[in-house]
Design a protein around this ligand. Structure first.
Ligand code: FA5
Length: 356
């Protein structure tokens, strides 16, 4: 039998060898008790110290602590090393070699790609409205407060500003430049241009991207698209608006989808309405996408408020008109029965490939 001192040296050497043989963190966790814990040779030799005289016991106790601490430090370095190895092999396994994907998968022909669903939906909507006699226009995505709010009868501090949670651009005076929250500012641009060029009447649609601080969910995105419609002419009535929306719904969604107008409030139209269609996911039965209502709101609309005509210099006694603004992403979602709008921006090639 070795002296305790020799035993401690042997135990340390064997413990370090056992550590070197461990090849994963899981294995280390399993074995750590037998290397430095209560089931270890260190613990066993400590139990024999009772038979030593007090001075020797103290000396051997200190020697054992020192040896055990050295092995404990070695356990931690081994754990750190094994962690590094495990992380690098995980990263290596997850590495996406795009070259390999294209060559090996061969599920897509290698082409220049194709238009996205929102882009094609926008083009289809434009076609429907062009067939109904509308021109296609566009307006800027970065707007002044005047175009996005004030000219639309939404003065500063008006509670209706809360309807649109706005991204402000850090330009000029605070809160004077915005990412447009809707396409309605294009109404103002179109009317101003028509007045300047003596070019009334107006029959136009203006599609484009809008931004709101909305939390993305099944029916919302923070960057989305609307198509604005504007008609300014003589003797335009709400019946013209309702007829236009009905014609659009039938042309785009087909005759089986019901639509309805519900009274609503927008500061720039009076009267105003919300336009809804039967939820195409549940066919009206109620589901998660339509929050169990059976209906999906596609947009807002109404007769141009005289205050807006006055802001742009159009005589409200001589001219009347209507406007509407529909969500293009919502139209795509309902037309293609997508239960969650976020699929449009997730860039999953299996989804995108269906619309090639
Ligand atoms: C408006 O934006 C008004 N400018 C519509 C309008 C135009 C009224 C002309 C009167 C005259 P609203 O906030 O309800 O209204 O949005 C209209 C549509 O845009 C919604 O019905 C929806 O289809 C779409 N939409 C709004 N917010 C989002 C969003 N975060 N993500 C996706 N689509 C959205």
């Amino acid at each position: 039998m070795n002296e305790p001192d020799d035993q401690i040296t042997t135990i340390s050497t064997e413990a370090l060898a056992a550590l070197a043989a461990v090849s994963s963190i899981e294995e280390l966790d399993e074995r750590v008790a037998s290397i430095v814990g209560k089931r270890s040779a260190f613990a066993a030799v400590q139990r024999t110290f009772g038979s030593l005289d007090p001075d020797e016991r103290r000396e051997m106790g200190a020697r054992l602590q020192e040896a055990r601490r050295a092995v404990e430090n070695a356990v931690e370095s081994r754990r750190a090393h094994l962690g590094d190895v495990q992380r690098s092999s995980m990263l290596e396994a997850d590495r996406l070699d795009l070259g390999d994907v294209v060559v090996a998968a061969r599920t897509w022909s290698v082409t220049a790609g194709h238009a996205g669903l929102v882009g094609t939906t926008q083009a289809e909507l434009e076609d429907v409205f062009v067939a109904m006699g509308f021109a296609v226009a566009e307006g800027p995505e970065v707007e002044s407060d005047w175009y996005n709010f004030e000219a639309l009868n939404i003065p500063p501090a008006h509670p209706a500003r809360g309807m649109w949670d706005t991204f402000y651009v850090d330009l000029g005076e605070p809160e004077t430049v915005v990412l447009r929250t809707h396409t309605s500012p294009t109404q103002v641009h179109l009317m101003e241009a028509a007045v300047a060029n003596d070019a009334l009447p107006i029959h136009a649609v203006a599609p484009g991207r809008c931004y709101r601080r909305d939390t993305p969910d099944a029916r919302h995105l923070a960057a989305f698209h609307q198509i604005e419609g504007l008609v300014v002419d003589r003797n335009i009535t709400f019946a013209d608006l309702a007829g236009t929306i009905e014609t659009f719904t039938r042309a785009y969604f087909g005759p089986d989808i019901e639509s309805r107008l519900r009274p609503a409030f927008f500061p720039f139209t009076e009267p105003s309405a919300e336009f809804e269609i039967t939820c195409t996911i549940c066919r009206g039965a109620g589901c998660r996408t339509c929050s169990n209502t059976g209906w999906i709101e596609l947009g807002g609309c109404g007769m141009i408020d005289p205050a807006v005509f006055e802001a742009v210099g159009i005589d409200p006694d001589a001219w009347s008109g209507f406007a509407f603004g529909f969500g293009i992403d919502r139209c795509a979602q309902m037309r293609h029965e997508l239960s969650d709008m976020r699929a449009l921006v997730e860039n999953d090639v299996r989804f995108l490939g269906q619309f090639a």
